[in-house]
Design a protein around this ligand. Structure first.
Ligand SMILES: NC(=O)c1ccc[n+]([C@@H]2O[C@H](COP(=O)([O-])OP(=O)(O)OC[C@H]3O[C@@H](n4cnc5c(N)ncnc54)[C@H](O)[C@@H]3O)[C@@H](O)[C@H]2O)c1
Ligand SMILES: N[C@@H](CCO)C(=O)O
Ligand code: NA
Length: 436
């Protein structure tokens, strides 16, 4: 087996995602080296114009316009150029030269997936594409690996951030499609040419990739039924709202069985549909994505998060890169445990959270003041207080909600409360998590 001291990484494209991948690779080089067991050395970044202005400053000596030479000098090639050509030829060249490939290019995979996978298989190259569907959300690896032993029956998802942002904006502000699209463009969600997003093409490419993986069947993008959101009107969104629904652009991949013949088929489709407001997909706001997977043994699973964005998507690219690099280093998937960081595991006293404390106290003047003093003395700040007194009782129940406080300070506060002559008992202490 080859002993790797470093693995040469060639990056093609330094746009929204590529520039963030380069930045994170350079900034986290030491940590990634520990995780992989070899240095991930960024040997070059292929760009169209080395003097172009970029949001992220990249080392000038890494920039090149010669993508082909860069590929020849790389062990792993990351393709973030987008589109079909020259991306397809570059990926094929990388595979042919013995490199593994990471790509986020759903357009390429949805139209030329079989050709690329066959080329990779022929030479034993790895081709990973977590970033291609639902950006940062891990969905490719769960389908390809975690659910490989199960039978996926259905996938229902919001997989396009731009259209979700537009439909959400129409729903919450009553804006027209044109105005909502203008806002999406202003905020940098929509491309200069938003046709791929609002026409449903981007979602259809993702549906093709998901259906192929889920059903172990080649589902080309041309086989995906596609309707975009261009015909969705403010009136439709408003009447849906009044009826308790929200309009979402959905990607649906399903396994169907003909009840008469028992023949099986699969359907992959993208269209705007009404979703009941009580459904979790209705709560997916802004440019977020969410994907539900129904598998026969696992049951329903839900994946949610940032489906687009340069830095978010870079996370998925780097995940693929580390996984591929580990495989190169160890000749397998890498060690099951990843413990080299050796960060200390802290005791509970070090955590910070919020608390709800219920006290039984004597119902007499000055009690609240004494209790407030105990909190203040330990640096725990009270956010809210509710008092209830039962008829004829000498006791009152206090429910005290705190601001964020350190667990150790809280423990001392509770101990002091328990000692206080005005407190009959500390009835309960519960931590409050998940607050917005
Ligand atoms: N932006 C996102 O949120 C997102 C999310 C998921 C997946 N993706 C995918 O990631 C890929 C990159 O997306 P992006 O948003 O970074 O696109 P982008 O348009 O911002 O960047 C692409 C870059 O590649 C450069 N380029 C084009 N042809 C080139 C060539 N021949 N050689 C070198 N550079 C070349 C362009 O000049 C541009 O800077 C696409 O396949 C996209 O579908 C993007
Ligand atoms: N244009 C895509 C980018 C992420 O694939 C979207 O809006 O979801
Ligand atoms: Na993903």
């Amino acid at each position: 087996m080859i002993e790797y001291r470093s693995i040469r990484v060639g990056l093609l494209g330094a746009g929204s995602v590529g520039s963030q991948v380069a930045r994170l690779l350079l900034e986290h080089a030491d940590e990634l080296e520990q995780r992989v067991g070899a240095r991930l050395e960024l040997v070059g970044i292929a760009v169209r114009d080395t003097s172009a202005k970029r949001d992220v400053e990249l080392p000038a000596e890494l920039l090149t316009t010669d993508a082909e030479s860069l590929i020849l000098g790389s062990d792993i090639v990351i393709e973030l150029v987008g589109g079909i050509e020259p991306a397809r030829s570059l990926v094929l060249q990388a595979i042919g030269s013995g490199a593994d490939v990471v790509t986020g290019n759903k357009a390429l995979l949805a139209s030329h997936g079989p050709e690329l996978f066959a080329a990779a298989e022929q030479v034993g190259a790895q081709l990973s594409y977590e970033a291609a569907v639902a950006g940062a959300i891990p969905i490719i690896r769960p389908l390809r690996e975690s659910l490989a032993g199960d039978r996926v029956d259905r996938i229902l998802g919001i997989v396009n951030g731009t259209t979700n942002f537009i439909l959400d904006r129409m729903d919450t502000t009553g804006a027209s499609l044109e105005d909502a699209l203008a806002t999406a463009t202003e905020l940098g969600y929509a491309e200069a040419d938003p046709t791929a997003d609002i026409g449903g093409y981007d979602a259809a490419q993702k549906a093709a990739i998901l259906a192929s993986l889920a059903f172990h069947t080649s589902v080309p993008v041309e086989a995906v039924h596609r309707e975009g959101i261009t015909e969705v009107s403010a009136d439709q969104v408003e009447s849906a709202r009044r009826a308790g629904y929200v309009v979402k652009l959905l990607a649906i991949c399903e396994r169907l069985t003909d009840p008469e013949t028992g023949d099986e088929g699969v359907s992959a489709r993208v269209y705007p549909a009404l979703v009941p407001r009580s459904h979790p997909l209705a709560a997916v706001h802004g440019a977020n994505n969410a994907v539900f997977v129904e598998a026969s043994a696992a049951g329903p699973l839900m994946f949610y998060g940032a489906g687009a964005g340069g830095v978010q998507t870079a996370s998925a690219v780097l995940g693929d890169l580390v996984a591929i690099a580990r495989r190169r280093v160890s000749g397998g998937p890498g060690t099951a445990e990843s413990t080299q960081a050796e960060v200390p595991v802290l005791e509970i006293g070090r955590i910070t959270t919020r608390y709800a404390i219920t006290l039984e106290v004597t119902d007499e003047p000055g009690v609240l003041e004494q209790i407030a003093r105990i909190f203040a003395l330990h640096g725990v700040s009270v956010e809210q207080l509710q008092q209830s007194v039962s008829e004829g009782s000498q006791r009152a129940t206090l429910v005290i909600g705190t601001h964020e406080a350190k667990e150790s300070a809280l423990a001392e506060t509770v101990a002091a409360l328990a000692q206080s002559p005005v407190v009959a008992s500390v009835a309960s202490v519960l931590r409050v998590e998940g607050a917005l």
